[in-house]
Ligand binder design. Sequence first.
Ligand code: FAD
Ligand code: SIN
Length: 517
Amino acid sequence: MITDVLIVGSGIAGLSYALKLAERAPNLKITIITKLDESEANTKYAQGGIAAVTNLKNDSFEKHINDTLKAGDGLCDKQVVEHVVKNAPKRVSELAKWGVCFDKKNKSQYDLGKEGGHSENRIIHHKDLTGLQVQNSLLERIHEAPNINIFTHFFAIDLITEHHLGKNLAYGDKDISCYGLFALNIHSEKIVKILAKVTLLATGGAGQVYKYTTNPAIATADGIAMAYRAKATINNMEFIQFHPTALYNLGENPAFLISEAVRGKGAVLRTKKGNLFMQKYDKRESLATRDIVARSIDRELKTSGDNFVFLDCSSISDFETHFPNIYKKCLSIGINVPEQWIPVVPATHYLCGGIQTDISGKTNINNLYACGECACTGLHGANRLASNSLLEALIFSHNCAEDTFKIIDKLTIPNNIPDWDSKGVVKTQEQILIQHNIQEIRSVMTDYVGIIRSDFRLKRALNHIKIIYEETEMLYQNNALSLSLCQLRNLSTAAYIIVQQSLLRTENKGTFFNLNL
Ligand code: FAD
Ligand code: SIN
């Protein structure tokens, strides 16, 4: 397969990049591959909304910039933050032009929600189903574009670089280029070589590295692991954001999210006994930033021995109107909100780090961009501000498209890239080992690399993960590839990088907390 542009991932980052390119260049051949159905992505599950300053009466760019910098705990790139915040209204109105329907107070004003760490109401949303609305509208536009082809159930395995032309590559090499990738057709089990002048990784996050996560099954850090193997720079992986309020419903994977917008409307956290506790930890109480709220809940649970805290929504009389999705889910398990309180616990939610890019979305590998949750752009620092993620994907997909237009006409693909070599491999007899290793990674990461870490726990995690990593590499060399084996390989790589980068951090910041520092 040969294409001009290859996009891995059909969430907000991949789809909006494709649309940007297609609108301006109808002759460009654009290919999207995605590992499951086209709509299955973190994007689809987003609830709260998109942060953007649209009401200049109360709000200002300055305030959104300061809130983002404060949440990031000193580690954001200020230039990137200013760029993102100032361009937010433009990018959000493009989204509306693509058909995304946001809730409005009246003809000209959005109904603006609030979330933790925001000093003003500035979250544009579609009830508590913002992501679904975005995902569906973007897919509709994609289907209308004649020069975009989308291949579902295609799993990107590894990027093609000079490594495949026999060159030994090392981290820090300056002249590595990407020419596409090898992908597994999940239905036919064949491996396809897809050559491209430009490749975008928009593969989303890494929530499935942990046992309790709000992220769907697709979030296995594939793009990050692939980029790492191709010698891209990966940063800030120690900053895993835990959402304070996932529904406590044992055994459910992914965990169902109770949006922070619920606290923005007035819900408060209480212990199992009914006592308010957030006033002990932060003057913003239940609306402090996520790192603080998640750590406070963790401390309360460790002290009390309880399994959950409650979210008391009794002050929100029109709960069902604002949060129909959450209302329905809670009712399905016997909780009638707002009369009854919702049991909640923190769960892994967002990866603040990832593949390092510059402000145009370029990685250190030529012709390779990264965008969305898999990228580390400098916006989030040590802790992402709520609802800045969909926004980041929009801003950077635009920037990636602008940069693509600058380079694509000059690019060529070498004609001597070999096909995938699967000689000597056999169909695996070790499915059980693959499943056990996936479960083990998720347990080790949850027990030792969670909200509160320590040197001892991190070293123990490193030893465990190393064994699984080495075992997986052996399986990978000798067995026919399957979705689960490839995902295990990526999960073990991502877990390894998270632990390694956690051990290197010497100061507690944002989402990262090590008892020994
Ligand atoms: P995704 O939307 O995750 O898309 C990744 C795509 O890559 C998927 O299509 C996947 O199948 C594909 N893919 C991955 N690996 C491969 C591979 N190897 N081969 C082929 N395809 C692959 N953020 C906000 O700003 N506001 C919110 O209100 C909000 N609410 C959230 C609620 C929940 C429950 C969750 C989980 C997240 C929420 N977030 C929110 C975060 C936000 O949704 C994500 O960060 C964002 O959607 C990421 O978009 P993306 O395009 O980068 O990745
Ligand atoms: C939420 O609705 O609480 C999630 C928002 C986000 O992750 O930014």
